[in-house]
Ligand binder design. Structure first.
Ligand SMILES: Nc1ncnc2c1ncn2[C@@H]1O[C@H](COP(=O)(O)OP(=O)(O)O)[C@@H](O)[C@H]1O
Ligand SMILES: [Mg+2]
Length: 358
């Protein structure tokens, strides 16, 4: 099957699915996650009452893309009345959890024992908070794949945490509470408190997790580029999402080279052939997905204006400007070649003169 036979996809399905509450955007580093999630949030803000975009990537760049500073509290994006943004760092948000030194140290012990639990807890706290704020749709600009999958697996991480505490409790009886008393800590900071804490957290997580597994409420948009590693990673991501039962049916293939007029470069032509190979594979592997292709631009996509301009390609397929085969086209190519020839001759001239001087 060739890519020419398949109708071009867009992200319209996401804009039209007005039950959606959580939209995750993820993929390998540098493929365009932040660009795509920002544009999706802008487009969603046009059809929904209020939208929040959250970056969970420790390498935040929402601020760069929107050219505005964001923090861990939602801030209105300049030029919008219903689009908010916030940046959270899942690794350092422990200050909201403890509130007591003894508790904190017990938690840090616990997090040493169960890698990822502190991250899971702060993610849960954040989700709990965000849920009460009443945004109509929440878009996540996620960290590269491994990190994101860890967050999505957090219910089982917490489950493990609970089991660990339970087994400690049965093993050591009242030892932990004796110790907390010994160190002058109240019973309310003892192991029962931790257990209660974990249990209530588990409640939140379970509720959120139920929403994440509901395809009416949640979807995951995979962003990638037409190259082997990205195809490979997308497949891994799609499989992992199936395992954690999170819906995904949109793929955005970014940085696609189109056979525009005036493309004479051998390098570009070779890369286009390479991309074509992987594009064909994407379409073959994901024939039940909405696949949106985005052109590689000569410049970066920063600032609200360029995001808005680029967003056009999210709702109607990009059309390369090509007038191949017409007289105008041949004339234009000849004039490009003439210019290139002149440039190269001038370069040769400079080399020759340089040599004579030596
Ligand atoms: N289609 C594109 N054409 C040109 N530059 C792009 C395109 N998509 C993204 N970029 C640029 O590539 C860089 C990385 O994109 P970004 O969205 O930050 O990736 P990620 O969040 O996946 O690391 C940014 O400078 C962005 O402006
Ligand atoms: Mg990013």
């Amino acid at each position: 099957m060739s890519t020419a036979d398949i109708p071009e996809g867009t992200v319209r399905n996401i804009l039209e699915q007005d039950t959606l509450k959580w939209v995750f955007v993820g993929g390998k580093g540098g493929v365009g996650k932040t660009t795509c999630s920002s544009i999706l949030s802008i487009l969603l803000a046009q059809v929904r009452s209020s939208v929040l975009i959250i970056s969970t990537d420790p390498a935040h760049n929402l601020s760069d893309v929107f050219q505005q500073r964001f923090t861990k509290t939602p801030t209105l994006v300049n030029g919008f009345s219903n689009l908010y943004a916030m940046e959270v760092d899942p690794n350092v948000e422990n200050d909201d959890i403890g509130g007591n030194e003894g508790m904190d140290s017990l938690f840090s012990e616990l997090s040493n024992a169960i890698p990822g639990i502190d991250e899971a807890m702060s993610f849960a706290e954040m989700l709990k908070l965000v849920q009460t704020m009443g945004y109509s749709c929440i878009v996540f600009d996620t960290a590269p794949t491994g990190h994101t999958l860890r967050l999505l697996q957090l219910p089982s991480t917490l489950e493990k945490g609970l089991q660990k505490v339970m087994s400690l409790k049965s093993k050591f009886g009242g030892l932990i509470s004796q110790m907390t008393r010994l160190f002058g800590l109240d019973d309310e900071f003892g192991e029962d408190a931790i257990l209660g804490r974990l249990e209530s957290m588990k409640d939140v997580i379970e509720k959120v997790n139920k929403q994440f597994k509901d395809p009416d409420l949640t979807t995951f948009v995979c962003v990638c580029i037409p190259e082997f590693l990205s195809l490979y990673e997308t497949e891994r991501l799609v499989q992992e999402l199936a395992k954690v039962e999170i819906d995904t049916h949109n793929i955005i293939i970014n940085q696609v080279l189109y056979d525009e007029e005036d493309v004479e470069s051998k390098l570009l032509k070779a890369r286009m052939r390479m991309q074509k190979k992987y594009l064909d594979q994407f379409y073959m592997l994901y024939d039940d997905f909405n696949i949106t292709k985005l052109p590689l631009l000569p410049q970066e996509v920063t600032g609200v204006e360029s995001l808005k301009a680029f967003s056009r390609n999210f709702i109607s397929p990009y059309q390369p400007s090509t007038s191949r085969g017409t007289v105008e086209d041949v004339e234009r190519r000849i004039s490009t070649l003439k210019l290139q020839l002149e440039d190269t001759e001038a370069e040769l001239d400079r080399h020759r003169k340089g040599k004579q001087k030596v």
